[in-house]
Design a protein around this ligand. Sequence first.
Ligand code: UTP
Length: 292
Amino acid sequence: MQKKIKKVIIPAAGWGTRFLPLTKVVHKELIPVLNKPIIHFLVEEAVASGIEEIILVISPRKLEILKYFNVNSELEHQLKKSGKIEFLHKVKETNSLAKISIAIQNEQLGLGHAIFSAADLIDNEPFGVILGDDLIKSKVPALKQLMEVYYRTGNSVLGVQSIPKKDISKYGVMNPKNQLDALKNEFAIKGAVEKPKPEEAPSDKAILGRYIFTPELMPLLRTLKPGVGNEINVVDAFEPLMKMGQEIIAFTFKGTRYDLGSMEGFVKANIDYALEDELINETILNHIKTKY
Ligand code: UTP
């Protein structure tokens, strides 16, 4: 019987340079898909996966993100006074989505460092990680899919999908050791490489923003030196973790993933969600059909 996964870390302290100049004033994790910021979807995914506490890793200049989850009494009072009850409900929903805690990453030294910044809030327990700019639209929440693999095996789990060769150098890429299931959805890994050149990539399976880690990961992160990109990369902890006798499983999750840290991902997500929104889908579809 595995220990229950109660907490998820959402690293959200990065600079968001790929989305400049917007991210000069709008934090990447607040970029909208229709009328909600990405972070709203990510918190919903965690809650729908059965997570009890969400730890947001932010930098001191990104405290604004917290405002989204805090009560705004003035706004609520105004909406009540003017009888805009439907909007009042929408606002109130954001105050009660989940138990949210904060960890501060003072310097943006990389994803491994961001996860380690939350170490004091994680006891000796397994935990999940959801990247603050990766939205995954799926029937079963992506994190829950990974959690099921963890509960079945007791191993750390990386959420992966196949990526075209030309794009592979944007990602951490898993190096497969052996296939664990008939459907080729699960592989034990022998390693992972951060942002490889296409010709050096060990597979086409990129790690895309969802992880489950066993408790042993945190102390290993403390020991890491900067690697590719001069950052402290979480993939560099995989080898020492495996040397401790642990397996790491790369699991191909089902769902459409949008990189909201990039313009293409942002536009694709907004088109897809708009075309599924019954209030606006007809208008948007007509617009596309007549204009293009
Ligand atoms: P990215 O590498 O995509 O974020 O990290 P970034 O550094 O903000 O992006 P660019 O390349 O400058 O545009 C994935 C997630 O990890 C967080 C980011 O906020 C993002 O949600 N992150 C990254 C941290 O919290 N701290 C870091 O040091 C790096």
